[in-house]
Design a protein around this ligand. Structure first.
Ligand code: FES
Length: 142
């Protein structure tokens, strides 16, 4: 089987899909090559992510990793959310095929993009905290 049960489960019934109207941070990342776009909405109170939702026009692996990533950052501090690597999300999903690992990067970058927006709204330069948010450049149309 190419995909784990957890990936298939999150793809069939993704968690946290939608928008947050009064979000404190909104991020969008995408890749022109594969056409996948991800938008992430975060609600943040006292440095803690109280809610996270996403919308994606993307592949199944991107949906499953975003579903898992949003589950993992809900209730986490900003510091911990920034430490969430795509590798940790992939492990929580019991793995992804090698050719789809790059899709999990899209979820990680979407979280970072939304946190950058959060800092910008506070008048804080996010680059020293969040780093440069890169787009998923590994897709190559897969
Ligand atoms: Fe899945 Fe690019 S993010 S194909």
């Amino acid at each position: 089987m190419l995909y784990s049960d957890k990936v298939l489960e999150h793809f069939a019934n993704p968690h946290n899909v939608g928008e947050i109207a009064d979000a404190d941070g909104v991020g969008e990342v995408g890749n022109a090559k594969c056409g996948d776009i991800m938008k992430m909405y975060l609600k943040i109170q006292n440095g803690v992510i109280t809610d996270a939702k996403f919308k994606t026009f993307g592949c199944g692996a991107a949906i499953a990793t975003s579903s898992m990533a949003t589950d993992m950052i809900k209730g986490a501090t900003i510091e911990d959310a920034l430490k969430l690597s795509n590798q940790a999300v992939v492990e929580a999903l019991d793995g992804l095929p090698a050719s789809k690992i790059h899709c999990s990067v899209l979820a990680e970058q979407a979280v970072k993009s939304a946190l950058s927006d959060y800092y910008r709204r506070q008048g804080v330069d996010p680059t020293p905290i969040v780093g440069n948010v890169e787009e998923c450049e590994a897709c190559h149309g897969l």
